[in-house]
Design a protein around this ligand. Structure first.
Ligand code: HEM
Length: 271
């Protein structure tokens, strides 16, 4: 059916900014590549655990930003500011509850995702580096939990941190230095609280975001592993490749105004 003038106008209006961005950055092509990239035909629900973990992390980041608007990291104000969030700030109880319970959800999902990767053998060549990056994310995730636990500055928070820091202090060679660094002095006090706050809301999330970016880059670069029972699994004869029929111009930037003929794939070319 021929397109109406109105529809053509609307399409041009939508495509103009996208083409503008694509010509200058290649970002639109990048997003299209990400969305339409090939994954094994028999991927499994368990392979959604990585995305579930990512969702949990994003929830933590968003609720954390809101909490940081009301939280006061001083021994005098910390506990009362948390009470204020829970009892007086609109929906504060919900945001705090989501952040508190979400922390456990995030850690549990990370372990489930790691278990899936292990059971599928997805840590093997060529994905060893992504496993190592995953381990770093796991360590950072647990440090995030440890530093966050002190912030309410109540009895549980204080004594749990005493135990945690003393445990770290028993590590060989680095232990005493680590304990001193975490305390920010000889005693657990105001300096420890501000230190934990800075680690919890700046340093560790920054490191986790950088590591997740690297992790996902490698997932896209290396592709997702097939389940071990799959015909496409490593060691099996490769399945016959279907001819790829991408819409022309889908992943390749095309100058604005060039007709469809300029976008035709080269004869014999795959894309
Ligand atoms: C914030 C934490 C994490 C996030 C957001 C995350 C995200 C993801 C996503 C979205 C995928 C692709 C889909 C999937 O397989 O589920 C993936 C794959 C992978 N992840 Fe993670 N991950 C995290 C932590 C970890 C940890 C702790 C490990 C292991 C120590 C790990 C190792 C891997 C490996 C080796 C792959 C490739 C699997 C394959 O190709 O099938 N990840 N991750």
């Amino acid at each position: 059916m021929p397109k109406s003038e109105r529809r053509k106008q609307v399409e041009a209006m939508v495509l103009y900014p996208l083409d503008w961005l694509e010509e200058r950055s290649g970002l639109v092509g990048g997003v299209k590549y990400f969305l339409f990239r090939k994954v094994p035909g028999d991927t499994n629900w368990m392979q959604t655990l990585g995305s579930a973990t990512l969702t949990a992390f994003i929830v933590q980041a968003l609720t954390g930003v809101i909490l940081a608007m009301y939280y006061k990291p001083t021994p005098h104000d910390a506990y009362s500011s948390i009470q204020n969030i829970t009892d007086h700030v609109t929906m504060g109880w919900l945001v705090r509850g989501m952040h508190k319970w979400g922390a456990s959800v995030f850690i549990i999902l990370m372990f489930l995702h790691m278990g899936r990767v292990f059971l599928f053998g997805a840590y093997k060549y060529p994905r060893e580096l992504n496993w190592i990056i995953g381990v770093l994310i796991l360590v950072m995730g647990m440090m995030e939990g440890f530093t966050g636990y002190l912030l309410p500055w109540d009895q549980t928070a204080y004594w749990a941190t005493v135990v945690g820091i003393n445990l770290n202090g028993t590590a060989p060679f680095l232990g005493p230095w680590l304990a001193q660094f975490l305390r920010g002095g000889q005693e657990i006090g105001g300096d420890t609280l501000t230190r934990f706050y800075s680690l919890h809301m700046l340093v560790i999330p920054g490191a986790i975001i950088a590591l997740i970016t690297l992790h996902l880059y490698l997932v896209i670069r290396l592709g997702v592993t097939s389940p071990p029972w799959s015909k496409e699994a490593a060691g099996e004869e490769p399945a016959e490749e279907e001819p790829v029929s991408l819409r022309p111009g889908l992943t390749r930037p095309v100058p604005r105004g060039a007709g469809a003929s300029a976008m035709q794939p080269e004869p014999g070319g795959r894309d």
